[in-house]
Design a protein around this ligand. Sequence first.
Ligand code: ZN
Length: 301
Amino acid sequence: MAIVFNDRMPFGTSELREATHKLQERYASLRTQTIGESVLGRPLFLYLLGQGPCQALYVGGVHALEYITSMLLVRFTERLCACAETGGTLHGLGAASFLSNHALAVLPMLNPDGVEIHLHGAQTAGAAAATVMRLSGGDFSTWQANARGVDLNHNFDAGFRILKQQEAQHGIHGPGPGKFGGYRPESEAETRALCHLCRRIPFKKTIAFHSQGEELYWHYGPKTPPEACQMAMRLGNSAGYAVKNPTGMAAHGGFKDWFIQTFARPGFTVEVGKGHNPLPPENCPVIYEKLEPMMVLGLQV
Ligand SMILES: [Zn+2]
């Protein structure tokens, strides 16, 4: 398996483009589209698998230095497509029959500009290069934000006022490598594109993949559906990940928070792998092995 990309090397936007192209060529049943563009005009790819109601939306590459999540989602897409083609099963799921009645949407990289900055520096940021250089101080190893220095997972309209207060308490007053949520919710092109997608397609649930910690978050406020707790337990158990509640600044402005609050449907954040960010890309196969049962179960619960 894993014919579409070298899953032990850093995975930037050219690797994503190539993998997307190869997936498209190899699997006629896979539909790929773009749901918009990043701040710097890079395409935001979406993969659609199967026919029927969309069981889930899986999102990766939200934080720049967590591009390993993009690799995991491309790998999962390929596995599912290959299984459907050969009539095989994946952790008990008959892929072909499942995909003839249900669909899955995968957005492998929400933050392509940030990933490029993290991997290849400020010169990849075009018109934003000087700003990125100033904000980063020339060190891109911890860059999480998009090209405007906004942390996309703090840019959603959920508890935004509280988030701003927390930022101020932490001395965060403007753009930077991470943790700044923008001057208003959905100020960023990437955030808006994802919100529009969710308003257009009634996904039954979403899972956003981040790194790291082998943890899963499921709760946000009174709109959290009652079944989400049980689903989180099952998802967590399937991969041996711990089920957690967020505290502090991670608790507001996130995609899962917004999804739960807006649609009253289950939204999860999964922190993949264990170690120090950025997780080394050569760990991708090992992390994937452990995570695959959860990715499959996420289609069914
Ligand atoms: Zn993250």
